[in-house]
Design a protein around this ligand. Structure first.
Ligand SMILES: [Zn+2]
Ligand SMILES: [Zn+2]
Length: 822
């Protein structure tokens, strides 16, 4: 018996699926995982079929069940395993199922939604009336014109066409209100985008003298000839212009003169024309790498699920192990997924993979233009690319026959999505590997407490790389006590005398310095000395940061910005002071101190595009910059050969945050940034400035002693009942009206109280650490349970209760396994 109905996940913030009837003509082309177009309220919406069923809906509902309008793709967008994974994510993270599947689907580039207007019976009558009437008001004239157009067309007309008529917009609104017109939304397919490809016209060469035509051409045209005929072959027009350093009009002219020929091709995003000059580094493995790689290979060859943690100090060459494992998966005819924590690393690793493994590599990340991302996505779905390199969301890449999932720098916070669905890419990767019988390989120099505990308890295998590539020693780390520095110099400032001397030494010897500071802007705190008030964001309970170059105060949470006040907005006094150096100030101070040096800054304010980012890193790598200042963007993964000094300014800025992961984050950041020193042939040195030199996170990071850090930190977590020893969920209750937020918090609190006796500890409600964010007041509960099943049950019951009490769904924000409580 064929399925007559199906359950569809729609991108709406509701926790339910929607039942639709399957018309007979679509029955063959539809299955679980298909993207479909369905009517939803008075719109057309794209959703995904999650389940087929032959069961008729209840008689009460059946009249409301509408039909699937269209099946969008010839093959279902999601393979069966991904449908299963989506359901798991929705259940585990208590996230609305439609929003989970929206995150899994490719961007919709082939569909456009349009509003169409139809004439109703009442509209026809109105037109006849107006037509017959003798003298018409201006608005009646507009209505008549509009109704007549629809009558003559005899079919629905696009809303924007009607708007162009004189007075058309207002007239349409009136007629819609009176139901003389009807509006509906439809989806329209888009034409595929094309690009112009240019090639040298051989016929032109044949007509010229027998020698190379290059000799006879003007210089610029000769360059075009060289690139097209001798170096690269046919190219997209913009690439050609760039490679030959000529203008587009010059190329257009050569096309008209028939020196070149051109044609249109569909836009092919997978081609990266700048790959060709790239030589991958050699892949000689040392004994450590070989030993651990052969273990992983053994698992891949054997098939079946297992998870391992590859723990290797910074610079120990984990990437080579990943690449070897990917090769092993491909050799078994399986596919591989490689997740990295940031976009810049996808470019680097994508290129490395392509150079090593050939064209079957796709790169997926959120910053790709939608057209490109869709194209890469579908290449993966059709099996044309069997290796996917990407950021968090690539964990949902539609590869089939998965053999290997790699999660590089598994401890990175960027794997956690901080908006619905709030999943953790690393944890979903492990679940996916389990569902598909694949090998999961997590790598880190500073593993998360969770992963290392899993390795300790035997849930994961532990693989280890103990030595750095070519046995380069780790750079020595020295802690600079800022209190002592102040006693000696009586100056406070971001740069201690020790750091200053060290930088001067590097400038004299012609090597480079990398300085990390964890705050953006010029000053991160603005205070009135008269009344003691800090100048806060209008929408959030947080001090604004001062940005000197833009001469603005800005909120780093919601983007609010205002001009810098001359007087205190609270009391009118003129004593407004700026505290706490940020990256902008540090850059300025370094320029003052070292006027001859070339100083550059890398943070979200100074580089706003991918290109600018690569430019700065490229200039630094090639030695055009002496001192690079940056936020944690500079801490990750890059290999700089001539960096001999790494300075960390206000290393302790995170330690004061009310967050159980503060010490772990500080340790990770310091260890990673220290690992940037001495990666080339030159030995390195690291200076860490702090007001808390005795804190264990700073002491142990200075010794790069992960194991001792783990031992110490895990004791605290165990004692205070935090992950990895307790399952944790954070619940925020939020609303722009504080009365609502309080009332709902009270209701939930009363409901949660009895949970204490059922294995779930409830903390709160308390004002959230950010008590107001983006105009919403926020109250927080923390739920802790030694057994995850208890936590899950409590959350499910809580949401059901909230629904019953008609607390709006968007007012309750559940975060399972939160990474930050801030
Ligand atoms: Zn004041
Ligand atoms: Zn704000």
């Amino acid at each position: 018996m064929p399925a007559n109905y199906c359950e569809v996940a729609l991108p709406v913030p509701l926790r339910s699926l929607f039942t639709y009837a399957i018309p007979e003509n679509l029955a063959d082309s539809l299955c679980a995982g298909s993207r479909v177009l369905v009517p939803f309220r008075n719109r057309a919406m794209t959703g995904v079929v999650v389940e087929l069923s032959t069961r008729r809906p209840d008689p009460g509902q059946i009249k409301n069940v509408r039909e699937i309008a269209e099946v969008l793709d010839p093959i279902p967008a999601l393979p069966p395993k991904l449908v299963e994974l989506g359901r798991w994510v929705s259940g585990y993270y208590v996230a609305p199922i439609g929003e989970v599947f929206r995150a899994m689907l490719p961007p919709q580039i082939d569909l456009r939604h349009e509003r169409e207007i139809l004439l109703t019976e009442a509209g026809r009558t109105r037109r006849a009336e107006l037509d017959a009437a003798g003298n018409r008001s201006e608005s009646e004239v507009a209505e008549l014109a509009l109704l007549s157009l629809l009558e003559i067309e005899g079919r629905p007309v696009r809303a924007d066409r009607l708007r162009k008529l004189p007075g058309g917009e207002a007239a349409a609104e009136r007629l819609l209100r009176r139901r003389q017109l009807e509006a509906r939304e439809v989806a329209v397919r888009r034409r595929a985008r094309a690009q112009k490809i240019v090639a040298w016209n051989e016929a032109y060469s044949a007509n010229s003298s027998p020698a190379s035509p290059a000799a006879e051409l003007p210089e610029k045209e000769a360059r075009v000839f060289h690139v097209l005929a001798e170096e690269r072959g046919p190219l997209p027009l913009p690439h050609l212009a760039k490679l030959a350093s000529v203008s587009r009009p010059l190329i257009e002219r050569m096309i008209r003169q028939e020196k070149l020929k051109s044609w249109e091709e569909p836009l092919a995003a997978e081609e990266d024309f700048f790959d060709a000059d790239y030589t991958p580094p050699s892949n000689q493995l040392n004994a450590d790498q070989q030993r651990e790689l052969s273990v992983v290979r053994g698992w891949i060859d054997a098939g079946g699920f297992n998870t391992s943690l590859l723990y290797g100090v910074t610079g120990s060459g984990k990437t080579e192990v990943y690449l070897g494992a990917v090769e092993a998966a491909l050799a078994r005819n399986k596919s591989a997924l490689v997740l990295v924590p940031e976009i810049a690393l996808t470019l680097w690793l994508g290129r490395l993979c392509r150079a090593r493994l050939g064209a079957g590599v796709a790169v997926l990340h959120s910053a790709l233009p939608e057209v490109e991302r869709a194209r890469e996505w579908w290449r993966v779905r059709r099996g044309e690319a069997r290796v996917v390199v990407g950021t968090r969301s690539a964990v949902f890449a539609p590869v089939e026959n998965l053999g290997l999932v790699v999660v590089d720098e598994e401890q990175e916070a960027s794997y956690k999505q901080e908006e619905t669905p709030r999943y953790h890419g690393r944890d979903v990767a492990v679940v996916r590997a389990k569902m598909e019988g694949a090998v999961a390989l997590l790598g880190s120099a500073t593993p998360s407490l969770e992963s290392f505990q899993n390795a300790r308890s035997g849930k994961y295998h532990l693989l280890q790389l103990d030595s750095r590539v070519e046995n380069r020693p780790l750079a020595p780390v020295e802690i600079v006590d800022l209190r002592e520095d102040f006693k000696a110099t009586h100056r406070t400032g971001p740069i201690s005398s020790k750091l200053s001397e060290a930088i001067a030494g590097r400038l004299a010897s012609g090597t480079q310095s990398l300085i990390l500071i964890n705050r953006r802007g010029y000053s991160w705190f603005v205070l009135c000395r008269s009344c003691g008030a800090s100048i806060q964001c209008e929408n959030c309970s947080i001090s604004l940061a001062y940005h000197k170059q833009r001469a603005r105060l800005e909120c780093h949470y919601c983007g609010f910005s205002r001009r810098v006040p001359d007087t205190c907005p609270k009391c009118g006094a003129e004593h407004v002071y700026f505290f706490g150096a940020g990256s902008e100030q540090l850059e300025e101070k370094l320029r003052e101190k070292f006027p001859g040096a070339k100083v550059a800054r890398l943070d979200r304010d100074s580089v706003r595009t991918k290109r600018a980012y690569q430019q700065v890193l490229g200039d630094f790598a090639s030695g055009k910059i002496d001192i690079l200042v940056g936020t944690q963007m500079v801490a990750k993964g890059h290999d700089f050969q001539r960096v001999t000094l790494v300075g960390v300014v206000s290393a302790d800025s995170q330690l004061s945050l009310p967050d159980f992961r503060a010490a772990e984050r500080t340790f990770q950041l310091l260890t990673q940034v220290a690992g940037r020193a001495g990666r080339g042939m030159l030995p390195g040195e690291v200076l860490v400035e702090t007001y808390y030199p005795e804190h264990y996170a700073i002491q142990l990071a200075a010794r790069q002693d992960y194991i001792s850090f783990f031992e110490k930190e895990q004791q605290f977590r165990r004692l205070l009942h935090y992950p990895p020893f307790t399952a944790l969920a954070s619940i925020l209750v939020r609303d722009t009206k504080i009365e609502n937020a309080i009332r709902w918090s009270r209701q939930l609190s009363a409901f949660l109280a009895p949970q204490e006796s059922r294995g779930v500890k409830v903390l709160g409600p308390a004002a959230a650490p950010l008590a107001r964010l983006k105009r919403e007041y926020r109250f927080q509960f923390l739920l802790k349970a030694p057994k995850r099943a208890h936590l899950r049950r409590a959350l499910a019951e809580l949401l059901a209760f909230a629904e019953q009490k008609e607390i709006p769904q968007k007012a309750i924000l559940v975060d399972v396994d939160p990474l930050s409580l801030f």
